[in-house]
Ligand binder design. Sequence first.
Ligand SMILES: O=C(O)c1ccccc1NCC(=O)[C@H](O)[C@H](O)COP(=O)(O)O
Length: 228
Amino acid sequence: MTAPSQRRTRIKICGLTREQDVDAAVQAGADAVGFVLWERSPRHVSLARAAELARRLPPFVAPTLLFVNAPASDVVAACERIPQAWLQFHGDETPEQCVVAAAGRPYLRAARIPLEAGQGFDLLTFASRFSSAQGLVLDAHVEGYGGAGKAFDWSRIPTNVDAHLVLSGGLTPANVGDGIAQLRPRCRTLAVDVSSGVESAKGIKDAGKIHRFVAAVRAADELAPSQS
Ligand SMILES: O=C(O)c1ccccc1NCC(=O)[C@H](O)[C@H](O)COP(=O)(O)O
């Protein structure tokens, strides 16, 4: 018999830029929200703006700061400004760079999975290299590093990845249930992360889509068998 807590998929809504979208994510029941600090993203927010938006969050909803190849000094400065933040490294950072920049904080590392099979990405090796990460965000390998709304083939995720996994890349209210059903039996803990699939335009979230996404995750939690 599965304990209910084992079935609860954590949810992060990423790429927020507006107060009403932060509020919609919280009201829908998201566990975390993401702010993209990479200047080349269409969803980029300044650190000051991220701090302003993060102040709206109630206890136990985690702000997550997303970096792409940022200098460690920028990450440290961001943590001083938003001390409750989680860190997500979504570029080409090495394990050593992540550890130095995170300076003892838990961090997530994006694993950018090729859209086509046979392109030489080994998730088991990647997980072993990034054993210092709190979790791996499984995203599609796309130009521009992420947030492209593209899904990779979830059936290629091996069953024995020694890491907490966050499924992302091209998730929508329509497909997230299938993603959870495929991944949950194969991994230790599952969370999901969405940006494009709950937007009306880049950086502009749609409250209805956020609510439908969260409802679809909760429906899948009721159906999916336990990973244990
Ligand atoms: O959102 C961006 O513009 C972005 C830019 C550079 C690296 C990562 C980026 N976003 C990542 C995310 O928003 C999520 O963590 C996630 O991968 C979901 O993306 P999506 O496929 O749009 O749902």
